[in-house]
Write a protein that binds this ligand. Sequence first.
Ligand SMILES: CC(=O)SCCNC(=O)CCNC(=O)[C@H](O)C(C)(C)COP(=O)(O)OP(=O)(O)OC[C@H]1O[C@@H](n2cnc3c(N)ncnc32)[C@H](O)[C@@H]1OP(=O)(O)O
Ligand SMILES: CC(C)C(=O)C(=O)O
Length: 519
Amino acid sequence: MTSVSDAGRVIVFDTTMRDGEQSPGASMSHDEKLELAKILEEMGVDVIEAGFPIASNGDFEAVRAISQIVTESTVCGLARAAAADIDRCAEAIRPAKRGRIHTFISTSPVHMKWKLQMEPEAVLEAITASVSRARNHTDDVEWSAEDATRTEREFLYRAVEAAIRAGARTINLPDTVGYSYPEEYANLFRDVIAKVPGADEVIFSAHCHNDLGLAVANSIAAVQGGARQVEVAVNGIGERAGNAALEEIVMALKVRGEDLGFGTGVEPIHITRASRYVSAITGFPVQFNKAIVGKNAFAHESGIHQDGMLKNAETYEIMKPEDVGQGATNLVMGKHSGRHAFREKLKALGYELGQNALNEAFVRFKDLADKKKHVFDDDIIALVDDALARGSERIRVVHLKVIAGTEGQSAELTLDVDGEEKRAEASGDGPVDAVFNAIHAIVPHSAALRLFQVHAVTEGTDAQAQVSVRLEEDGRIATGAAADTDTLTASAKAYVNALNNLFSRKEKSRPDTAIASGF
Ligand SMILES: CC(=O)SCCNC(=O)CCNC(=O)[C@H](O)C(C)(C)COP(=O)(O)OP(=O)(O)OC[C@H]1O[C@@H](n2cnc3c(N)ncnc32)[C@H](O)[C@@H]1OP(=O)(O)O
Ligand SMILES: CC(C)C(=O)C(=O)O
């Protein structure tokens, strides 16, 4: 981060492997944690909180192994205000080039009275003892006032002062239960920094939970209030509703923060890879509309937006998807798309249609999008090929009703033949046979069916069926293809298209042929 002065540089402290792993069901294996640590380091995360070493041998081993392999980022372990926790943590981070002990104790009345069952004065003594003990192991000690946002202000000043006097270099004021409002949280930092002796010698840190969906907003507010470290987790995972999302904070500080002189050392290009990795190892899917890393974060389906995007991406995008490793902007073709985007999509698929053909294909595309949830490129190809294949048609399917089931199969069909509507009913050996017999009844012909092939264009029960039909008469072969979400309609259209092709070939050799009189 070159454009940000030291004063505005915000330290990114990642707690995906500690608070993030506290999400029920989010446990990560030893090897997965090592891999994640490498990704975080490569991204430029400043501090990696790799675990809570006293919690289990597995956590201890993970923190130690990460301390052995990470060289650029600081590796941090969590410890309660307890000698055994701090010593175990110190042992785990000992191999680290840069190691940090993060010790914490609650300071709010409800936590002190009910959880710790300690008097406030005893908590102050515990702060001094724990931070001093940690400082005997390392210079880099972070102290957290758990539940700071529900702590009485005067007591918080005393607690922070005790931690600074004992040697803490970073003071974290967590919104442990996600209770704060942004302005309130910013003011908490302003007040503590203004009132506590020695506050200007330490870094203040924000650690926000998302119980009210305010974790990111509160973290940014804390930065505006003077915090210079934010504690975050990839994809916002963490205890209960989670922590502030790394990707959102980093991009908020990049896209808007730089105007205010804030920034981080994280390289956004790695963000999507980290998000996907965390999602894969925890099994927690990333919601489609998740900011920055969601599948739809850079997808546009509405015609008006797509038109704007095609003219200038800044109309609807405040950052580039490629900057966060999300690939290119995605103009999704669907029922809300317009002609500009449709023409671009066709161009990308290799079709240059004239205005009339484009309009006709667009109408058919809209009809398809009304029926189908996802319109894939292959659907559009099938739709356009189908239109092109129809060429100069003399017979057209107007209406088709098929009755199928265990009681027998019959078809009621209306065709437009040279501008005149003709209707027939027929039964058959199966619904397709009934449809073809109905065509035969309206347009008598002696061509033999040589091929009937159906395949689904895309996946899903709403996929379009693409049908190919080959007819042969007197050595002449003609094929027809059609696509429709209804297989029988596609079959009727494909057969009729093949007849049209056969007819047009015959017409070339005998121009006066009338369809009504048969082929
Ligand atoms: C806000 C946060 O996210 S804090 C981090 C929360 N993360 C975790 O708890 C995950 C890892 N935790 C664990 O594996 C276990 O809870 C352990 C190993 C830490 C402790 O396990 P146990 O010894 O069985 O205690 P248990 O978890 O049941 O209770 C917690 C004890 O720690 C005490 N305690 C809680 N926080 C602190 C603290 N910051 N400093 C000192 N003591 C504390 C509690 O008062 C309670 O003490 P008590 O046993 O005297 O009543
Ligand atoms: C240990 C502290 C930082 C914490 O996780 C919290 O308060 O949420």
